[in-house]
Design a protein around this ligand. Structure first.
Ligand SMILES: *[C@@H]1O[C@H](CO)[C@@H](O)[C@H](O)[C@H]1NC(C)=O
Length: 177
């Protein structure tokens, strides 16, 4: 009984104590908590805007000219709408580090060489090489790219090596770290 009363009293005191706080005091208390969390290196990720896309090639590409954009025209995910399936280009919605990966499948006897470029500058390359093979050759590469808001990243054919990319078997995806 006494313990219940004690409990009740402490509860009432708690409520009264909260009520007596001025709005300014509430804000100060909140800011103090925030400062402690920040000091402990907690990050507010609850409202982080997710940027992520996943795309693929609909039709097979054959003998694509040098330095052409490979337009992955089918999109299954485009959180944040940073990837444009018409131009094949990804535009950074904000400054940061972005991760990309792409996959191509070339036919027997054919190649498909690709570069990933930021505003036209080559960051990484890959080369599907079906020469001397009976079956297809599938290859994947990836890149971590620092981007400023508005910078563009896309996949481009490397010189004249864009000979064959199998529709439905080539992919391009990315996300903001
Ligand atoms: C790029 O392509 C080749 C095939 O030519 C593959 O072996 C390699 O693992 C790919 N990826 C990277 C990251 O080099």
């Amino acid at each position: 009984m006494t313990s219940i009363c004690y409990l009740l009293l402490s509860f009432l005191l708690f409520v009264a104590g909260t009520v007596q706080e001025t709005p300014q005091e509430v804000v100060t208390r909140y800011n103090n908590y925030k400062a402690i969390c920040k000091g402990l290196d907690f990050k507010n990720v609850g409202n982080k805007d997710t940027i992520a896309f996943q795309s693929s090639l609909i039709k097979t590409l054959k003998y694509v000219s040098s330095r052409s954009t490979v337009v992955f025209d089918k999109v299954s995910l485009n959180e944040g709408n940073a990837y444009d399936k018409i131009s094949g280009k990804f535009t950074a919605p904000s400054n940061g580090i972005y991760f990309f990966t792409w996959t191509t499948l070339s036919n027997a006897g054919k190649t498909f060489g690709t570069d990933i470029v930021r505003n036209g500058e080559i960051i990484a390359k890959n080369f599907s090489d079906g020469r001397g093979r009976i079956g297809f050759d599938m290859s994947t590469s990836h890149a971590n790219i620092k981007m400023k808001k508005g910078d563009k990243v896309w996949i481009r054919t490397h010189d004249t090596w864009g000979q064959f990319a199998h529709g439905d078997w080539c992919f391009f995806s990315g996300l903001k770290l």
